[in-house]
Design a protein. Structure first.
Lengths: 482, 177
């Protein structure tokens, strides 16, 4: 048989094939590999068209562009369009899909493949990645409220968004209560906190910020707090935004059951006889201090976020005891700043009269430091500043959740640093006092150079030395990634 | 849902959503009408979910799903398809055996289709999508677009042919570059 098989395909597709034609089709499919391959391609096209049509809302509802010919019809449609003129814009906005959910982690109700039009979304937990019709990639973290006004215009009432905008989607605009961010082909972030002013952070390229004070051009590395006259520059919060490449690892972590594992590990810690304090933010009364509550490592969980220079959280831990051994561990998501110090835990009693008072911090070069008052480094130590520091930087340029830990043993005179469950370095002390805590702060300590920029999800203070294995297991159980 | 059930559910959803288009296209390939393919696809997704517990996590989900779908299609052909004009079981088996090998190419075709469809005038695109919606009535669409019914089928054929050629030429370029 040498006839063109395509008409047969077509009739089969549309359910109009006859018995004789069906036998012919079966025959040729069985014996001709080329025809079989073409047939598969045609049916594949058909299946894809059918899948696309599921999310389709007919254009007829929004305009007269399909129908022509009859002048009576045309008049009738013109009349109905005039009647509908008031709601026409609404139809146009709400019936076309502006974006599709490409990926998500813990954002229940917004599963991958969901088409998004002009509806208003309240995302209570999790993180979602949307792909707009023009190809802009948007990662939005809960708690968030947003709505597309068009595929090129997103109104963000609340939440945190990281955008990657290809050249074809140039002009993509994020509308916030405090002003707009108009993209010029770039990567940028917009933070609209529940309380406080909106911020724009530009990672790469250029963004125009339009607010009450006029337009401002921001370039890679610039950040701006809006709604303060013309806006105030601020340091780039590199870790504040979940970027597209982080999402799959978060989703995989959830799928692997990490959240449940973490809960079990935390419960186990609570019954550890050595536990001095476990600082969490999910339950219980709000701890005193100046900070924001934002999403933690898990969908809907809470972490403390420190943004302004004066932000801090006050603690009262360990009373007047002395601790020969001490383990400090925390899940953090910190910005990589050039600033001299970021303060993880600073005790208030830091003075000559109180040897052993603890200061745990991140240095300007992103290494981690554990300083105990009146302790002395062993001769030949590499550290030049007189305090034990980790060997490697513990913060990356683009922030993610990291697990930091340090184990102090005054009897052995050792300080051991850990990053993401892995031993980093041991520093020896020739004079090592038992550790002392008491009133302390996370975040700003002296209102000048000791601030903190980023989130803390969980901080553990343990009055014993955790082993390498324990730290490794604790990290493995608590990691949100896979 | 317990945490274990939740993660089981999520693992399934992740696999299923990643492969749904491929499974759907596979089922579509084996039965003559889209409506039948939709029915069978529903059955297939239920079976996949019920049997997901016995599916070994390290195995290849899509290949496993093709196997399940093929079984469901054969059952359907023997039952409902007896009096209908359907592909022979031999062809169904052939397609089943070839499915995995064909899939990468078919996936690229489905992706290219989005772009090809973007080159169409909005009203053409709209008409095509409406013709593909479940329960679409060709006679009505033909009348509304000022065509006879055979004329509408002709138009559908031309549009599909254009898309088919567009998809192929896009893939062709891709293979060259």
């Amino acid at each position: 048989m040498k006839t063109d098989p395509e008409p047969l395909f077509e009739r089969y597709l549309d359910g109009r094939i006859t018995g004789a034609e069906m036998s012919e089709l079966n025959e040729v499919l069985e014996h001709d590999e080329k025809v079989r391959s073409d047939f598969v391609d045609w049916l594949n096209l058909d299946a894809a068209l059918a899948a696309m049509s599921h999310g389709w809302v007919a254009m007829e509802e929004i305009g007269p562009s399909v129908v022509r010919h009859s002048w009576i019809r045309r008049v009738a449609i013109a009349a109905s369009v005039m009647l509908a003129a008031g709601i026409l814009w609404f139809w146009q906005d709400s019936t076309r899909s502006c974006a599709v959910v490409a990926e998500q982690a813990g954002a229940n109700g917004l599963k991958a493949g969901t088409r998004i039009r002009g509806e208003r979304f309240e995302l209570d937990e999790g993180t979602v990645k949307l792909l707009t019709r023009q190809g802009a990639e948007l990662v939005i973290e809960a708690p968030a409220v947003f709505r597309f006004e068009s595929p090129q215009r997103l109104r963000l009432e609340k939440g945190r968004l990281a955008a990657e905008v290809p050249p074809v989607a140039k002009g993509f605009t994020v509308v916030t209560p405090d002003g707009d961010a108009v993209d010029l082909g770039t990567r940028f972030g917009v933070d609209v906190p529940a309380e406080g002013d909106s911020e724009i952070h530009v990672f790469e390229g250029e963004v125009i910020a339009t607010g009450a004070g006029g337009d401002r051009s921001l370039r890679g590395g610039d950040a701006l707090v809006m709604n303060r006259g013309n806006g105030d520059a601020r340091e780039l919060r590199s870790a504040a935004f979940i970027q597209a490449d982080e999402l799959p690892a978060l989703d995989a972590g959830l799928a692997a059951g990490q959240q449940a594992r973490s809960r079990v590990a935390t419960e186990a810690l609570k019954s550890d006889p050595g536990l001095i304090a476990l600082i969490e933010f999910d339950a219980g009364p709000r701890r005193p201090g100046l900070y924001r509550l934002v999403q933690g490592r898990w969908p809907g969980s809470r972490a403390a976020e420190f943004v302004e220079v004066g932000d801090h959280l006050r603690l009262e831990i360990g009373g007047d005891h002395s601790w020969p051994r001490l383990t400090l561990a925390a899940w953090v998501r910190l910005d990589h700043l050039g600033a001299p110090y970021q303060s993880l835990l600073h005790t208030d009693g830091w003075s000559e009269e109180n040897p052993g008072q603890v200061h745990w911090m991140i240095n300007g070069d992103a290494t981690m430091r554990l300083a105990l008052r009146e302790n002395v480094l062993a001769a030949g130590s590499e550290e030049k500043n007189g305090y034990p520091d980790s060997g490697t930087p513990v913060l990356s340029e683009q922030g993610r959740w990291v697990h930091l830990a340090v184990v102090y043993d005054s009897d052995k005179g050792t300080v051991r640093f850990y990053l993401n469950g892995r031993f980093d370095r041991e520093t020896r002390q020739s004079l090592a006092h038992p550790a002392r805590l008491g009133p302390a702060q996370i975040g700003n300590w002296d209102r000048q150079d000791r601030k903190l920029s980023g989130r803390i999800d969980q901080l553990v203070v343990l009055g014993r030395a955790m082993s390498d294995e324990e730290i490794g297991e604790y990290y493995e159980a608590g990691s949100p990634y896979r | 849902m317990s945490p274990d059930e939740a993660s089981h559910h999520r693992a399934f959803l992740r696999q299923f959503t990643a492969n749904e288009a491929a499974i759907r296209a596979f089922v579509r390939r084996l039965v003559p009408a889209r409506a039948d393919a939709d029915d069978i696809m529903q059955e297939v997704s239920v079976v996949l979910w019920e049997k997901f517990g016995s599916f070994r996590g390290d195995g290849h989900f899509r290949a496993w799903a093709f196997g399940v779908a093929r079984f469901e299609v054969l059952a359907w052909l023997r039952d409902k398809g007896r009096d209908r004009l359907v592909l022979s079981e031999k062809i169904v088996d052939l397609f089943g055996a070839e499915a995995e090998a064909r899939e990468p190419r078919l996936e690229r075709q489905r992706e290219a289709l989005e772009q090809c469809l973007g080159e169409f005038a909005p009203e053409q695109r709209d008409l095509l999508m409406r013709a593909y919606q479940p329960g679409a009535r060709i006679a009505t669409l033909a009348r509304e677009s000022g065509r006879s019914e055979p004329g509408f089928y002709q138009w559908l054929y031309r549009v599909r042919k254009l898309l088919f050629d567009c998809v192929r030429s896009r893939l062709g370029k891709e293979e060259v570059s």
